[in-house]
Every structure is written in C-alpha cells, then in structure tokens.
Ligand binder design. Structure first.
Ligand SMILES: [Zn+2]
Length: 319
C-alpha cells in the first residue's frame, strides 16, 4: 500500500486554521436547540438513536441494532497531523458498547474510510459480532483488524440491504472539500490496514450516504457535508443526520439534501471537536460556524426543525 504522509506544510496550514477560527456562539446554539424529549410509553419497535459524536450513531428498534461510523478513539490534533500511529482504544470502545446497551449488534456500517469514521468500526464489529459493511477500502480495514471474510460485506452505490425491519440503501455520495478547499486523504486502501496506523493511512475509498427505512418512516445519514445534485430524487425522509463540518455552502447543502427529502427535522452531526476525548462536553470544531448554518436553514428551509442531540443520550427518533 502506498502511504502518503503529511507534507510538512500541513502543520503551518493547521495553525493558520486554528488562528482563523472564531468563537462564534456555536456552543450556545448547540445547547439551546438540544432535544430534551422525555418519552414514557413507546411502541415495542420504536426506533431510537444515540449520537456518539462525529458522524457516529447507534440505531435500534429493540430487535435489531446497528452502528454507523462509530468513532471513539480520539487523539489530539498534533498526533493526527504528525502522522503518529493511532490505535483503537479498546476499553473506550467497550465502554460505548455498554453505554448504548448493545452487546450483540447486527451491523457496523461505514460511510467512508477516513479514520474518524472507520478506525474503530471493525473493533465494534469484533466485540459485538456484527458484520462490517462498507466500501472495498473499509473491507481492508476490517481484514487488518482480524475480521473474517464472512464478517465483512462490501457494498457499492445503489446497493440495498435488510437488517431486521430496517432497509439500508447505499447512495453514492461525495466528500466535501473539508480542509483548505481539498478533500482530505483521497484514494483507496488496497491492503490490510493493521493498526496502529497514521490517520493519513485511512484513505477515503467510496463514500455513501445512507437512506434507512423502517416501517412507517425513514432517515438519511450524511457522513460528510458533500453531496450530488439529484442524489435523493424520489426519496422522502423524516430526519436527516447532516454532517456540517467542512461544508462548502449551506444553502446548496440544504437544497440538495433536506429539502428534496421533504425532511421534518435536521439533526446536525460531525461538528464536534474530535481532537478532544469523547467523554468531555462537545465543543465545536474550528470553523464550523453553527450560527450561519442555523440562520441559513431558517431562510432556506423554514418549515424544517433543526435540533441537536446530546452525545451518548438515547433519543426516540420515530414510532
Ligand atoms: Zn471524511
């Protein structure tokens, strides 16, 4: 496998990014818009979701449970940028499995193979017996972690799979130009990726948005703020879990996702600072500009509620 390490200019560019970052009230909005629904009696197969930070979700209807992009092994910015070898933090992974109450999962779905989506995914699969589902690059991450072939499923854009009462459609998507106008770490993984490995070893691979249906309702997960026009034609979704860090244009992002999907609510994800440990309170990553997102959403999509989730707290999505 050809591994491209960080060029030396990265640290300087990153320092510039940090200096350019503004403390702009995003943290206040995050708390103000937080879902505090308490639910008493719910249907047996109600769909519940726990946000695990970044683009990570645990989804269950009580019978079937699956993770999307679970990533809990956080490392500091400088370790990531200098290409330090990163290991999955097994105790933290186990703590999160305990926290969401899922000792057997049916699937771990990976939207793309960047380390903040895929580093921990095969270890969630190993510990819960779940199948790792994602691109060919994600499969090499699974093999490097020691998963057997029958615990790995490779999907392509347009594929659909059933998980109990859930159906998941893998929609070909695009990564946003999240870092200084460029898609970070492009390319494929073509050999077993055995950790510890540098963040830059986790190449993008194919990227999917997930359209997930359950009898009576549906949601979409966008693991990066990239999109294609018309990618959701003919689909409707109650909720869009929308990555907003590194977005290029809020209006276009909303016009190509939540609006055509006729969503009732948008839940922003992947705006938290994932260079801090996950057990700390969520803080905004640099440059995410949460107020601009809320303001644009209120103009472009005034009928769609934009709400935030606390990390690690289960939320009733629909029933
Ligand atoms: Zn990414």
């Amino acid at each position: 496998m050809t591994l491209m390490k960080f060029p030396m200019k990265w640290p300087m560019l990153t320092i510039s990014l940090i200096l350019a970052a503004a403390c702009n009230g995003g943290g206040r909005l995050y708390k103000e818009k937080m879902i505090h629904d308490s639910y008493g009696l719910i249907k047996k197969d109600a769909v519940r979701v726990t946000w695990m930070g970044t683009a990570g979700l645990y989804v269950t209807d009580g019978e079937t449970g699956f993770f999307i992009d679970p990533f809990v092994s956080r490392y500091g910015l400088m370790k990531v940028l200098w290409g330090s070898p990163l290991s999955p933090q097994h105790q933290t992974i186990q703590d999160w499995i305990n926290r969401v109450g899922c000792h057997h999962a049916d699937a771990v779905i990976v939207s793309h193979s960047h380390y903040d989506h895929a580093l921990d995914a095969p270890f969630f699969a190993l510990k819960t017996g779940a199948q790792l589902i994602g691109s060919g690059s994600t499969a090499w991450i699974g093999r490097g972690a020691g998963l057997s072939e029958n615990q790995i499923k490779i999907v392509r854009g347009g594929d659909r799979i059933s998980l109990g009462k859930f159906e998941v459609v893998f929609i070909k998507s695009r990564h946003s130009k999240a870092v200084l106008g460029r898609v970070p770490w492009p390319g494929e993984i073509t050999a077993p990726l055995i950790p510890p490995a540098a963040a830059s070893d986790y190449r993008l691979g194919e990227i999917f948005s997930l359209f997930v249906t359950h009898p009576g309702s549906s949601f979409v997960h966008l693991g990066s703020a990239g999109y294609f026009e018309d990618m959701f034609v003919g689909m409707e979704a109650h909720t869009v879990f929308l990555s907003i860090a590194g977005r290029e244009d809020s209006q276009n992002l909303l016009r190509c996702t939540a609006l055509p999907l006729k969503a009732k609510q948008i839940i922003p994800i992947h705006f938290d600072n994932f260079f801090k440990p996950l057990d700390e309170e969520a803080t905004m990553i640099w440059g995410v500009d949460m107020p601009e997102f809320f303001e644009t959403a209120s103009m472009v999509a005034p009928d769609i509620a934009v709400r935030t989730m606390a990390i690690g707290r289960e939320f009733l999505l629909f029933q």
